[in-house]
Structures are given as C-alpha cells and as structure tokens.
Design a protein around this ligand. Structure first.
Ligand code: ATP
Ligand code: MG
Length: 392
C-alpha cells in the first residue's frame, strides 16, 4: 500500500503515545486498486480528547467530538482522525441514535457499509481484512458487510451508495446485496434529501453511470431519487458520453422532463443555484438542433457559458449531428468585437504603431479573425500586424 510520509508520521506519533492507529475506508480501497486516494482517513483507538492532546502542537479542529472525529492540520495537510466506533441502533434510517467508542478495530470495521470499504491498514500489522474485502476487490464486487437487508434497514442511504460505488469503480453489485437493495428501497424515502443529493451526483459523474442507472431503474430505486420522472433508456444509455461534470450530467438526465419538473427535481436533490441554472441550460440545449452557422450562433447566444456542455449533450441526445461540436466551437471562437481580440492598442503601440493607424489595424485584424478564428492568438496577431507594417 502506498501512502504519504505525513500519514506515517501521524500514525507513529499516536503509537508512541501507547495507542493504535490505522488508515481506513476509501484510502485503503483505492490504494489497493492502484488509484490515488482523495484523502486518508485514520481510525484511532483513543478518545478524541486524547487525540487532541497528542497533536496539541498542531492546529486541531474538534470537527465532531460526539462522533469521535478530530481534524488535524499537519504540514498543511488536513487529516481526519476518528476514534474506533460502533454505531448504535437506527430508528429513523438516518443517523445512529448514539455512537459508542470501542477499543477494537474489528468492531469499527464491522459498522462500515461494504467489504471493499471495510479494510484497515496498519504500519506494522499491514492489511486488516476480516470481511473478504480484498477478494471482493479482485472480483470487482460490491458486497454489504454482514446481512445486506439489515444494513440497508439501519441506513437506507447505503442502497444508493452501492450503486454509486458500482458506477465509480465499474464493479458489479453482489446478488444478495442487490436483492436486498430492491427489497429495502422504500427506506430511501426517509433519508435526508441532502444525503441523497450528494451520493446521487457522485454517481451521476462516474464513468459507469449508465450501467448503474439501468440497475437502479430495474430495482425500483430510481423513483426514490427522482420522484415521478423516469429517464428513458435512450438518456441512460448515452449519459456516459456527455461531459462528466455535475451540470452536464444533471442537465442531460433531465432532457425529457418539463422545465418546471426539472427545476423541482434539482431542488429536491438540494442542488446549488449554480447547478440548477447550468443544468437547466444543458437540459434545454440537449433538445436544440445545430446544423449550420446560423443555428450555431443562436445556440451560443442561448446557452452562454454552458455552450460546450450543451452542444455535447445535443449531439449525445441525437438532436445535432456529430460535426455540430466542431462547428459550434469554431463559431464560439470568432471574436465578436475588438475587446475579444488577443491583441490590443497598447501592444500595437509597443510594436511601433501610432495614432489612427492603431484603430484601423485592429479593425482589419478583427475582420481577418472572423474569417479565420484560429488566427486569434497573440503571437499570430503580432505577426499579422507586422505584415501590415511592412506592406505600408
Ligand atoms: P470517496 O473516495 O468517494 O470519498 P469513501 O470510501 O471515502 O469514498 P465516504 O463516503 O467518504 O466514502 O466514507 C468513508 C468511509 O466511511 C467509507 O469507506 C465507509 O467505510 C464508511 N461509511 C461512509 N458512509 C457510510 C454509511 N452510510 N454506512 C456505513 N459506512 C459508511
Ligand atoms: Mg471519503
């Protein structure tokens, strides 16, 4: 397993104080897969107060003392240290009613959702893998830790997380886990919408989104995420071919929804104002056809800063032919006025032009660039200006 030096230092320091510490969860999974982890979470045997004491010479933030989490800023890196924990019972399918700390890493691992997320790595012990996470990684499989129906009843968000990890990693969901997801899907109606929104948008931006959404649709999970709206197979099949940003994917997903319905769904996923505005623009763009220069210009004016996501979505949906992307890109790169030229009056002065020549030359350059937008680069325009000078 590969990990940065500061993580080793943090773990060693905890061990020097007679406690134990492990890398856990996503970082172990990703590292074993050869993917660079987003962040390294550390599980520690001591209570949060002691963790704070151990790192009292650093900036320490008591992020969630009740849940055992302390954030340490270590050489500019931000690391979360969480006490080994057992989650209590769940009465609302949302949060454990209480958490209690434990001295055993095994107990901490058993509260985690999937086997591939339930591994720990210690500096001396190496991999701690009591649920067969490594085998599931090799088989490329998402499998619940323990009985899936019980785990999904405790926290129904895990159902959506199963599809999210399947889409992110390109893994299949193990049979029993998938059956339980279908059976317990209704629990998602009691989950906080912000939690659903976060997981669903991660899923949507993943490479294997089409496959995961198809399975969600077949398992009856989709309706708890999108309400009454069911994206067609055409949309689901082509989602992976639009740009991988949240805005592109949300917009394309909603291509067949009415504007008001789309807006409502975006609100229900707790999207930001920026996401809503962008997704609605891409949604509209998916249905617009670009076939010639005039329609490309109109398209750019209509979609504004979202023109690129929009044209890719329009091609993916089948509204525009494939070469509309190049056509729109070209139209967009045409400077519309002097201020969009990659050269200005000051630069021309530096080159030795003066007086009314400057305005005239800029005007001529603009006309040339309208015909040939690829010219609009500083070094090319300097060359062009120098030619005018020679010609005079
Ligand atoms: P990513 O790289 O996308 O952040 P991750 O595995 O770190 O992936 P997180 O959502 O950040 O995913 O969660 C961190 C870890 O906490 C998981 O690997 C898992 O062990 C555990 N976990 C998170 N949410 C749950 C949950 N709802 N139920 C059980 N365990 C969970
Ligand atoms: Mg994480």
């Amino acid at each position: 397993m590969i990990y940065p030096e500061y993580i080793a230092e943090i773990i060693k320091r905890i061990e020097e104080h007679g406690e134990r510490a492990y890398m856990v969860g996503g970082c172990v999974r990703d590292s074993l897969l050869g993917i660079t982890p987003n962040d390294f979470d550390i599980a520690v045997s001591c209570p949060p107060e002691k963790t704070m004491e151990i790192f009292s010479d650093r900036h320490v933030i008591p992020t969630g003392l009740k849940h055992g989490t302390v954030t340490v800023v270590y050489d500019r890196e931000i690391v979360e240290l969480t006490t080994f924990r057992i989650d209590g019972s769940y009465t609302d399918s949302r949060h454990p009613d209480e958490v209690s700390f434990t001295n055993r890493i095994e107990e901490d691992l058993s509260r985690r959702d999937f086997t591939v997320n339930a591994m720990a790595y210690g500096l001396r012990e190496g991999l701690v893998d009591i649920f067969g996470g490594r085998e599931d990684l090799e088989a490329r499989r998402i499998r619940a830790v323990g009985k899936p129906e019980v785990r999904f009843e405790e926290d129904a968000l895990r159902i959506l997380r199963a599809f999210r990890f399947s889409a992110q990693l390109g893994f299949e969901i193990e049979k029993e886990t998938l059956i339980a997801a279908r059976e317990k899907a209704e629990g998602l109606s009691r989950i906080a919408r912000e939690r659903i929104g976060v997981e669903f948008i991660k899923l949507l931006c993943s490479p294997d989104v089409s496959c995961a959404l198809k399975q969600m649709k077949d398992s009856g999970v989709m309706c708890y995420v999108l309400g009454g709206y069911e994206p067609s197979i055409r949309i689901i099949d082509r989602l992976h071919s639009v740009l991988g940003s949240d805005i592109s994917r949300l917009g394309f997903l909603l291509a067949e929804a009415e504007e008001n319905e789309a807006r409502e769904i975006l609100h229900s996923l707790r999207c930001s104002t920026k996401q809503i505005k962008g997704a609605l623009a891409v949604r509209r763009a998916s249905r617009i056809s670009v076939s010639d220069v005039i329609s490309a210009r109109r398209f750019i004016a209509d979609t504004g800063v979202y023109w690129e996501s929009g044209i890719v979505a329009s091609v993916a949906y089948g509204s525009s032919p494939h070469d509309a992307i190049e056509l729109t890109r070209r139209e967009n790169s045409i400077p519309k006025n002097l201020s969009e030229l990659k050269i200005n009056g000051r630069k021309l002065m530096e080159l030795g032009f003066c007086g009314k020549d400057i305005g005239r030359i800029l005007g001529e350059i603009l006309l040339r660039c309208v015909d040939e937008p690829t010219l609009n680069r500083e070094e090319k325009l300097i060359e062009l200006a120098m030619q005018y000078k020679k010609d005079e």
